[in-house]
Design a protein around this ligand. Sequence first.
Ligand SMILES: [Zn+2]
Length: 306
Amino acid sequence: MIAVDAAYNKAILKGRKNHIAYQQVGDRQLWKVYKDAATKVSGKIMAAETPITRGQFKTLLASIKSELERLDNKVLHLINQNINKSVKIGVKDSVDRIKIYKDYIPAVYVIKPTSSVLNSIYHDAVRALFRRPLDGIALSDRVWDIHVASLTKIRRIIGTGFLYGEPQYKIAQQVRKMLLISDSDMRKKVWKEFFKRYPPGRGVYKSAYQNTRRVMRTEINNAYKLAQSEYAKSRAWILGVKWNRVAGAIECPECDTYASQDLYNLGGGVYPGGEIPVSHPNCLCFLTEVFNETIRVSIASAKAVV
Ligand SMILES: [Zn+2]
């Protein structure tokens, strides 16, 4: 019994590791999409004739707007792809993990993970995911809001830039960084000027890429958890899933409640399949299955006797 539980814990760890690795792949894909768009937008700014006429300025803005609309489409497509993949990985990890207990589950409770069973879990999870947008705002609107904010900032940057006759490469550079920022040195003069002119307001200044990455990470985290929760839903010998905090994770203060409340009389932090709370961005928590011990132990003790 102990060896089996240890194997289970190992599988949980492995799943979390894979998930984080996959998240990083998604981040890189997203980065590339933003980098390409930023390069195109910079190119348009560089190519503008100066002094710019009112008409040319309008045309430039319109063309940048179209570029951001294309970016928006690509980003949404990528996030959806990542969500779907995350659900698939979540279902597969659940299947692999639960297999560890196959000798301990009475045959009557076993549901073979045929492709139709897996498909239906997959579709339930995807449906549940899109049914409950965070903050009541649909995913596509959240992403579009980020790009609308970028567009407003770009308009201000190039408007003042051209008005004061700043070198075009400098205007382009500011716009590029506004969309991306990554490893750029914030102590540089260009940044000091940038923040003087565009105060970040409350909190830390975040680029469009960073804001979107946060949205994507939240979504794929939820997708992975939801897959596990949906998998647990149809299995009689799984009571529910337990919400676990990563020890010492400062990212998750609000998850204390999730990890301790007993809303369903299943124990602290335990939720029936399909009923887990929605994670906040950058949540590091993970789920583990809680088994119906009467079902599990019956076979286990029988085996132990042998
Ligand atoms: Zn958390």
